[in-house]
Every structure is written in structure tokens, then in C-alpha cells.
Write a protein that binds this ligand. Structure first.
Ligand code: SIN
Ligand code: MN
Length: 265
């Protein structure tokens, strides 16, 4: 569970970074399974203009390890605590930010998309990032503008050309004004780090021209009462199964990782 101080920091800053939350066993299996998923040709796997993987949607529905992460109590419980109710999975994606060719994510707010494209009533969905690779200052870390979540949904334009993935993006003046007030942070650290951030927090990331990939799983857990009212995107991008998540026990993902290691030995 989160401490009072952590809850306060989340509300004030719009994010909370908890390094070293998942064990190296847990992350190792999630990472190797992510690499196997990227090798598959399936509609859920989006590629950069270069052909490198960009993101794999809904992996929790077709991969057992990611299915266990999606129900991990270490993540579900804090979000239930913050929202005061049960949650369901609105979106699950594994972003690759591939070595040398990983492309940018322009500055945006996620709730802007959930409201405009999915008909989500309130910004009561939580973004959670789980680091699968080491996230460094140089390999395209996620950048956040602290406190930018307090301004509601900002005006945005639908950018369908900069990258292979359409996104409602913010203009330079808006970002400049917010950064003047809040600055920019880019949490970095070893695989296994966990970052929670508010649906209205402005964020983005630069391209990756280093040899170091930067895989991050992003889960969006939505409060059950805040289910989406007007879905327009494919079901595997914005889920319409609003069943509350029942967390696994604490050790489920670790046991699965150990079973795979034993089978491979
Ligand atoms: C996102 O904002 O959804 C992804 C950003 C990133 O992976 O850097
Ligand atoms: Mn985003």
C-alpha cells in the first residue's frame, strides 16, 4: 500500500516513481516474452516507419506472463487505494523504443485521447509504467511535466503524420508555459521500476539513437464506474470488458518465471 506521503506526492506532482518494485526474475520473463511478441506479425503489434517494433497492444490477453503482470497485486492494490474502488484494464501496451530507431512520442495527455476517442467520463484512469529495460537519460526516457495534471484537458491537434501512431498532441506554446511552471522530470533506473502517473499529466519521449533498447509496459487501469461510454477504437486498443480485475497472489508471476527457467534448464 502507498504511504500518506506517497499519496500526497501523487496528487501534488501528478506522478509517483517507485524504483525496484518488481524482481529481476519477474522482469526477465516479461522482457523475453515481449521480444517474442515483437517477432510476431499480428494486428496488435505496431511498427515504426522503419519497421522496428513500436508497441504491442493487449499482450495481457495472448501472453501468460503479461497476463499475470496485468493482475499483479503490487500494482492493482495501490491504484484501488487511490481511486477507492475496483479497476479494469482500459489499455495494455508494451512500448519498444527500439535501439537506434525507436521514434518519438510527441507531447500529449492520455486522458485527452480517452475522452475524445473513447468517451471516458473522468480522468479516473491510472497510467502505470513498468520498466523492462534500464531506462537511462540517453535512451528515450519518458519525460513528465510535474503538476501539469491540474489544468484539465488542454487543446490538442490530431497528429497522424509525425510517427506511425496517431496522437492528440499539444502545441509548443502550451508545453513551454507548463514547463516554465513545473519543469521536466525523466525518471530513470533499473528494470523493475514502477511509475504511476495521472491521466492528465503532460508527457512525451525523444527518439532512441543509442544501442540500448528501452522497453516499458504501460497499463491503464480505469475505475470500474468510469467505464468508457463511446468506444471508437479497436477493442484491443481501448477495451470494453469492464470486469473488475481480481489480483493474483503476490508470488504468481515469480512462480511462473521460475517454472519457465526450470523448463529451459
Ligand atoms: C505514451 O505516452 O503512451 C508512451 C510514451 C513512451 O513510451 O515513451
Ligand atoms: Mn501517453
Amino acid at each position: 500500500m502507498l504511504t500518506e506521503q506517497q499519496v500526497r506526492q501523487f496528487h501534488e506532482e501528478g506522478y509517483l516513481f517507485l524504483p525496484d518494485t518488481f524482481t529481476q526474475d519477474e522482469v526477465a520473463v516479461l522482457k523475453s516474452e515481449a521480444e517474442a511478441i515483437y517477432r510476431q506479425e499480428r494486428p496488435e503489434v505496431w511498427r515504426e516507419k522503419s519497421g522496428a517494433p513500436r508497441t504491442a497492444f493487449a499482450a495481457h490477453l495472448y501472453n501468460e506472463a503479461h497476463g499475470l503482470l496485468a493482475r499483479h497485486p503490487g500494482m492493482i492494490r495501490p491504484v484501488e487505494q487511490l481511486f477507492g474502488e475496483q479497476v479494469y484494464m482500459h489499455q495494455y501496451k508494451i512500448n519498444a523504443k527500439a535501439s537506434f530507431t525507436g521514434d518519438v512520442w510527441q507531447w500529449h495527455q492520455d486522458y485527452g485521447t480517452w475522452a475524445r476517442d473513447d468517451g471516458m467520463p473522468e480522468p479516473r484512469a491510472m497510467n502505470i509504467a513498468v520498466f523492462l529495460d534500464e531506462v537511462m537519460p540517453i535512451n528515450g526516457p519518458l519525460m513528465l511535466v510535474p503538476r501539469s495534471h491540474t489544468h484539465g484537458v488542454l487543446a490538442a491537434g490530431h497528429d497522424t503524420s509525425t510517427t506511425s501512431y496517431p496522437l492528440w498532441t499539444l502545441d509548443e506554446q502550451t508545453v513551454t508555459d507548463l514547463v516554465e511552471k513545473g519543469g521536466i522530470v525523466a525518471p530513470t533506473g533499473k528494470p523493475g521500476g514502477l511509475l504511476l502517473f495521472h491521466g492528465n499529466l503532460v508527457h512525451g519521449s525523444a527518439g532512441n539513437i543509442t544501442p540500448y533498447p528501452r522497453k516499458i509496459v504501460y497499463l491503464t487501469l480505469n475505475a470500474v464506474s468510469n467505464y468508457i461510454r463511446k468506444p471508437t477504437r479497436p477493442e484491443w486498443i481501448a477495451h470494453t470488458d469492464f470486469t473488475p480485475i481480481v489480483p493474483t497472489d503476490d508470488g504468481a508471476l515469480t512462480r511462473y518465471a521460475q517454472r519457465l527457467q526450470q523448463a529451459a534448464a
